[in-house]
Design a protein around this ligand. Structure first.
Ligand code: SIN
Length: 282
């Protein structure tokens, strides 16, 4: 495990997740602190900060200290801040955003590095987010299946989730936009090497992966179903209980996440800034 000198890192699970303490994200960060935050992010897959009462401007400055912002074209933006996506569920709405296992932007040729999600308004109970480690999921596979997967690529798409054919439930309409821009399909290795940690991670997900390249959907389905069941095993996951002003910063290259929808009749409002990544390699 990496040694940290500028931040205090408290793991919250065995497979992934750590809380970062001793940092005030409303202040400009020293270069050494940013480097350690990036290391912790790659090592733990998702990192959490508590009690960060940030303005949108401070949220943006923190994001920019870590990389370049990738504006999600499908999420409605926060008023006055087009680079911040709103993840909202009103008391009258039934469907939430992100309510199933997925990794963001795998439908892009250069998938996003990760997102920085800040809790603005929370239900009294519920609304937790689950995370799963694709390092741990990959490590636990047999050598035989690892070898098979090392020869496979998978096709990912945004069309069936955000496109006109997705037939989104009406109460999601005002929260998602640009359905006609959902034209992206991308092909990535089924197992990638993480660009920073150098570790292998399983890179297929139930939200956006369609099938293996050169395989039909029917042929792909049994293996994908096995991998999804395997990768979402409780021992590869952690669960984050939000408090107002908590932040989760996850790495899309080595994790999945799942926003629980168990707080009907209450408001949950989160602000999300997504960071650009790069092409992924086996
Ligand atoms: C998302 O999938 O980006 C939303 C996660 C959450 O609201 O917890």
């Amino acid at each position: 495990m990496t040694k940290f000198e500028h931040i205090h890192v408290v793991p919250i699970g065995t497979a992934l997740g750590a809380e970062i303490q001793g940092v005030d994200l409303s202040e400009p960060l020293q270069k050494e602190t940013v480097i350690e935050i990036q290391k912790a992010h790659a090592e733990f897959g998702v990192i959490f900060f508590r009690d960060q009462s940030l303005t949108s401007q401070e949220h943006l400055l923190f994001a920019r200290s870590l990389g370049t912002i990738d504006i999600n074209r499908f999420f409605a933006p926060v008023d006055g801040h087009h680079e911040i996506a709103e993840v909202r569920k009103e008391p009258t709405q039934k469907f939430n955003i992100g309510g199933g296992w997925h990794t963001d932007h795998s439908y892009d040729d250069s998938p996003a590095l990760g997102s920085i999600l800040l809790a603005r308004e929370l239900p009294e109970h519920g609304g937790d987010t689950l995370f799963a480690s694709m390092y741990a999921a990959y490590d636990a596979l047999s050598d035989g299946l690892k070898d098979t997967l090392s020869h496979l690529k998978a096709v990912h798409s945004s069309r069936h989730v955000f496109g006109p054919q997705a037939r989104l439930p009406k109460d999601l309409n005002n929260r998602l936009q640009n359905a006609n821009d959902a034209t992206q399909d991308a092909i990535h290795p089924a197992v990638i090497t993480h660009p920073i940690s150098g570790r292998k991670a399983l890179y297929v997900n139930p939200g956006f992966t369609l099938h293996f390249e050169g395989w039909s959907k029917e042929e792909s389905e049994p293996l994908l179903s096995f991998l999804y069941k395997h990768a979402s095993s409780p021992e590869f996951t952690c669960r984050f209980h939000w408090r107002k002003n908590s932040i989760a910063f996850w790495d899309n290259r080595c994790t999945w996440h799942y926003a629980l929808n168990d707080y009907h009749g209450e408001l949950r409002l989160m602000h999300r800034i997504t960071l650009s990544g790069g092409p992924l390699a086996a």
